[in-house]
Write a protein that binds this ligand. Structure first.
Ligand SMILES: Cc1cc2nc3c(=O)[nH]c(=O)nc-3n(C[C@H](O)[C@H](O)[C@H](O)COP(=O)(O)O)c2cc1C
Length: 213
């Protein structure tokens, strides 16, 4: 009986290790999808937080989860996102999240942050000094694989840009509703950031949004 108990315990532990994300990944809390500030109030409050005096306190994981959900979260079952994607394709712009604890890729299907690296890269990615002290950076990247059905490079760029426009506006609005400071940044050290993230050839960094409280 003891032997059986021991073996069942080993099997359960192994299954748990196989099925749960590795320890460095972060399971995000459920995003806030009800209540809160109304849309029209958020539209009135949407603004970029000043770069020179950017909010320096970190966001809670709940706020980060809600902001990421607003950018590419599922809002209708298994196929339907908070932003429009051509032909209803899964999001072909993905988000890497730079925190002091490392860099993660947002997995919208699992609502989790998948570890990319343990390095704090926030002081290496922006061309402006204040980016280094922003508690969180969301790097928006177009995926070559996600856009592979399209043969025309101009069309790929256009569709990715439209997605980024919708995503960043949602990020601004959700941030306004949560009282989180946000700023769109184009002045990125593109080549260095690409190499730090180790993203595949063909994937392109489009912008960075910095967040802080
Ligand atoms: C396409 C685009 C690129 C931007 N790039 C930068 C940037 O590199 N650095 C920065 O500090 N702000 C950047 N911004 C933020 C703008 O400066 C800001 O949105 C503008 O001053 C208007 O302010 P508002 O967002 O509060 O309306 C960018 C905004 C957009 C839309």
């Amino acid at each position: 009986m003891k032997w059986l108990y021991k073996n069942v315990l080993v099997v359960v532990t192994l299954l748990f290790c196989l099925l749960s994300p590795s320890l460095a990944d972060i399971s995000l809390p459920e995003p806030q999808t009800d209540g809160g500030m109304g849309l029209f109030q958020a539209l009135k409050e949407r603004a970029s937080a000043p770069g020179g005096d950017f909010p320096s306190a970190p966001l809670s994981m709940e706020d980060l989860s809600t902001i990421l959900w607003s950018a590419t979260g599922l809002n209708r079952g298994e196929k339907g996102w908070t932003v429009p994607m051509t032909n209803g394709l899964p999001p072909y712009v993905y988000i890497c999240v730079a925190l002091d604890s490392g860099v993660y890729r947002f997995d919208w299907s699992a609502n989790a942050l998948i570890e990319v690296s343990k390095d704090d890269i926030r002081d290496k990615i922006g061309a402006q000094r204040f980016v280094a002290s922003a508690p969180c950076g969301l790097i928006l990247i177009s995926s070559a694989e996600g856009l592979e059905t399209f043969k025309d490079d101009g069309l790929k760029k256009e569709f990715a840009a439209v997605a980024v426009g919708a995503m960043t506006q949602d990020i601004y609005l959700a941030s306004a509703a949560l009282n989180v400071g946000a700023r769109y940044i184009h002045s990125i050290k593109f080549a260095e950031t690409k190499s730090l993230l180790g993203i595949p050839d063909g994937d392109e960094i489009i912008c960075l949004m910095i967040l802080g409280r």
